[in-house]
Ligand binder design. Structure first.
Ligand code: ATP
Ligand code: MG
Length: 240
């Protein structure tokens, strides 16, 4: 199966070359666990390779995303300015409507649902990140959500996109982790205490990746000014 680089060398190695092409991979994790930065790596690498990319942002402005990307050494600004990278700003539309509704200027509420996102995917878009799809997942019944995820998978494939759907842990739990079954692959991020070392560490593990041999191990990673560094596991790190 053809793969698209994740933008993180160690993760590409773990995934036989990267995310499966034209499939949907889910990234879930607690607040601050690094989800957006995983998305930034994917987009940066694929912009670098000349692909058209799209970020659908529901929680941050394009400026925030560009700033964060610079902080981790993966500047997206040139691609954004040239139009190779499009950032659809659902965040500001949402905030505006929420504010107008609160102050009684407007009676309608934001009614974007997952299928509407597909309309935002421009012709020729190769790589897509939705950050955070949890925003839409809480608005519908679980049955409808399952159908919407299955539909999204189908349409993303039809459009020839490789997609990374980022979902916050609380929306994921509140929707009974349903999305997990629809998607092709799933990666979980967490921050927890390493009781042996007595310090907090960042962990990632690949929960599933269809058509890919994976080992069910947790990997420690750091976020640095050059981005995500996943520690090599087992004997390799001991040998260093
Ligand atoms: N250059 C850097 N060096 C070290 N840590 C950094 C650096 N840049 C960002 N971070 C840290 O990375 C953390 C995770 O970032 P990220 O925004 O990807 O998390 P997230 O899972 O998307 O969070 P949220 O659920 O709030 O959207 C940030 O909280 C920040 O503390
Ligand atoms: Mg984020």
């Amino acid at each position: 199966m053809e793969r698209v680089s994740t933008g993180i060398e160690e993760l590409d190695r773990k995934l036989n070359g990267g995310y499966p092409i034209n499939k949907v991979t889910l990234i879930t994790g607690m607040a601050g666990s690094g989800k957006t930065i995983f998305g930034i790596h994917f987009i940066h690498k694929n912009c670098l390779e000349g692909r058209k990319c799209l970020i659908i942002a529901t929680e941050e402005t394009p400026e925030d995303i560009l700033y964060q990307a610079r902080l981790v050494g993966h500047d997206l600004t040139p691609y954004y300015e040239s139009g190779q990278l499009v950032i659809e700003d659902i965040f500001e539309n949402r905030s505006e409507i929420i504010e107008q509704t609160r102050y009684g200027f407007k009676s309608e509420t934001l009614d974007i649902e997952i299928p509407d996102l597909v309309k935002l995917i421009h012709e020729g878009t190769a790589c897509l990140v939705v950050d955070n799809i949890g925003t839409f997942a809480l608005r519908v019944s679980t049955k409808k959500l399952r159908d919407q995820f299955d539909g999204l998978n189908y349409l993303v494939r039809k459009k020839g996109c490789t997609a990374l759907l980022i979902m916050d842990e609380s929306a994921h739990d509140m929707t009974h982790q349903l999305a997990e079954y629809s998607v092709y692959g799933s990666i979980r991020l967490l921050v927890k205490e390493n009781s042996y070392l007595g310090k907090m560490e960042r962990y990632m593990y690949i929960l599933k990746m269809r058509s890919t041999p994976i080992s069910p191990e947790m990997s420690v990673f750091d976020i640095t000014s050059e981005g995500i560094k996943i520690h090599e596991s087992g004997g390799e790190s001991l040998a260093e």
